[in-house]
Ligand binder design. Structure first.
Ligand code: F7E
Length: 323
């Protein structure tokens, strides 16, 4: 019998890569999608595999629909990837962020506890939970204190704690993957990597002439979503439920990202970038660099993509799209 997976956030970057990966492994896939008035483009990332998926309309804030789906489908594995995932936007919509991300996670955990306790649960936890805490050696890891500085980070910390609590208290197989930033051509274009790459290609093609950004000095540990969804599946297939860090272990500034991207297209980023107050955050996470030693040693997991290879893939994507 094929294993059954239920993915919330299936139409997003990670959901689409994860669905492809689990289909390759022979899984029956169920996914949660939201009803939107404009149907075009909302399932763009999964249209190529749509005929192999079982999609259910629902919403993370609707506990009844989540309960019904989980009770009916009885998934072997549940991947909670749905979220209001934009850190800057979370300052504008704090209540929506908490309702969707934190109460949404609670809704799923309660549905599992009451109607499908054998389902294994993966929670998409985030490096944003660390805030500005860094260990003395310059890394964040499971033992690093968490002190989020955004509504998004706070919402993810609540979900992280709930996941741990349902594991210890109710003995569910529930795990957190603390994933550092991960990107790809499928990344939304309001996140910095795809914004920089897309705009640089537009500048090259004469479609735009400036790139407006906020803080250029923050550092991120940027990996590729393709590699990280593989880690999610490994996490749910370990002998015991626990929490993990998934990261490249390398860090770069937004400035480094701009420099590399513009250089690849024969341009100097200094000639095109304008800093705009609009893109600064009320509070910033300055430096992220994750220690993923455990997942590398225990599973032999390691990223296939380097930072440069990932940005090159994103440049190729936008060049062929905008040509
Ligand atoms: O910002 C700076 C910004 O929005 C990265 C999400 O997946 O990763 C992501 O959150 C950095 C920040 O990602 C612009 O201030 C400068 O320092 O691409 P981002 P994020 O906030 O790190 C974590 C792990 C998640 O869990 C989140 O869901 O870039 N930055 N100028 C800018 N950022 C944006 N978006 N736009 C700018 O114009």
């Amino acid at each position: 019998m094929n294993k059954i997976a239920f993915i919330t956030g299936i139409s997003g970057q990670d959901g689409s890569y994860l669905a492809e990966h689990l289909l390759d492994l022979g899984y029956e896939i169920h996914g949660l999608i939201r009803r939107q008035s404009l149907t075009e483009r909302q399932t763009e990332r999964i249209d190529h595999i749509d005929h192999k998926l079982n999609l259910h309309y629902g919403d993370m804030t609707d506990e009844h629909c989540l309960y019904k789906i989980i009770q009916e489908v009885q998934p072997d594995e549940i991947y909670n990837l749905a979220a209001m995932s934009h850190v800057k936007v979370s300052f504008d919509m704090p209540a929506f962020t908490i309702k969707t991300n934190s109460l949404g996670t609670l809704n799923i955990l309660e549905a599992i506890r009451n109607s499908s306790p054998q389902s294994k649960f993966y929670q998409a936890s985030s490096s944003e939970m660390f805030g500005n805490n860094i260990d003395n050696d310059g890394f964040q890891r499971l033992s690093t204190p968490m002190n989020p500085v955004s509504p998004y980070g706070s919402s993810k910390l609540m979900s992280y704690n709930l996941t741990k609590q349902y594991r210890t208290g109710y003995k569910l197989y529930a795990c957190n993957g603390i994933l550092f930033n991960h990107e790809s051509p499928r990344r939304g274009t309001t996140f910095v990597t795809n914004k920089v790459v897309k705009t640089a290609v537009e500048i090259k093609y004469g479609i735009k002439n400036v790139l407006k950004l906020g803080n250029l000095d923050s550092h991120r540990d940027w990996g590729h979503s393709y590699d990280y969804v593989r880690a999610m599946h490994l996490i749910l297939n370990y002998e015991t439920p626990r929490d993990w860090v998934v990261s490249t272990g390398e860090t770069k500034s937004v400035r480094n990202l701009c420099e590399y991207t513009f250089n690849q297209m024969g341009m100097n980023y200094n000639d095109y970038i304008i800093q705009d107050e609009k893109y600064f955050r009320k509070e910033e996470v300055n430096y992220l660099r994750g220690d993923s030693t455990e997942i590398r040693e225990i599973f032999g997991w390691k990223p296939k993509y380097t930072f440069n290879a990932m940005i090159d893939e994103m440049i190729d994507f936008w060049q062929s799209k905008l040509k």
